[in-house]
Design a protein around this ligand. Structure first.
Ligand code: TYD
Length: 213
């Protein structure tokens, strides 16, 4: 039988990074690998699939001919509200059942994305009540490469263009994530997202195992 997480092992794991850095692809792969080690894993994401999250996602979509009208501060409040609702409705119950939760985007997304248009300290205050994850992997990738990946994905899937899919914005976001990494926060680790898909999975799974999973 495989070991269950110990009291110290991380259970709330978050993937962060600019659009196209590969968090969504890696979430499914890492979850599979952890399941093969005997863990029960709950995969989730933010904006969440709850009502507030769906509203945030709808407001992010860039519709041709429709000007981007949503107020940045209102959007920051929506992401923070979605986060608390997501924690209560989905994340905390899964953790209470003894599952490992892997969340695609979380608090650091708000810090980095919403701080482009709102006061950074205010954004952090809004999110201060959201529990800090045990482990956060920040996917580090050159924004030019990331945007190329996003363009390819959107062309092949017909996925909508979103508010932040702009080269200069992606460069600013990459700088924001680099600043967060430089702060060496508790449980926050850098992942070299320029490696092959397999190598990134190996790197993350290796870190999870090193942390006791
Ligand atoms: P994303 O994970 O890219 O979803 P999808 O792959 O379906 O497009 O998230 C949607 C966008 O939401 C992304 O551009 C980042 C943005 N976002 C914020 O601005 N703040 C937040 O707090 C979160 C969670 C996401």
């Amino acid at each position: 039988m495989n070991e269950q997480p110990t009291a110290q092992a991380p259970r709330f794991v978050v993937f962060e990074g600019i659009d196209g850095s590969g968090t969504t692809t890696q979430q499914a792969r890492v979850a599979e690998r952890l399941r093969a080690r005997g863990h029960r894993v709950h995969e989730t994401r933010e904006p969440s699939t709850g009502q507030i999250g769906e509203l945030a996602r709808a407001l992010l979509a860039v519709v041709p001919g429709r000007p981007v009208t949503v107020d940045p501060a209102a959007l920051a409040l929506l992401f923070a509200a979605d986060r608390l609702e997501h924690l209560t409705r989905e994340v905390e119950p899964a953790l209470a059942r003894g599952e490992i939760v892997i969340c695609d985007r979380y608090v650091i997304s708000s810090w980095v994305y919403q701080s482009l248009e709102c006061d950074g300290a205010w954004v952090r205050t809004l999110n201060a009540r959201a529990r800090w994850p045990d482990l956060t992997f920040v996917f580090d990738l050159d924004p030019t490469l990331a945007l190329a990946r996003v363009a390819q994905r959107r062309a092949s899937t017909g996925q909508v263009v979103e508010r932040f899919d702009v080269p200069q914005t992606q460069r600013d976001l990459a700088r924001g994530y680099a600043e967060v990494l430089a702060d060496q926060l508790d449980g926050v680790e850098r992942v070299d997202a320029s490696l092959s898909i397999d190598a990134v999975t190996e790197a993350i799974v290796g870190r999870c195992i090193a942390h006791g999973l």
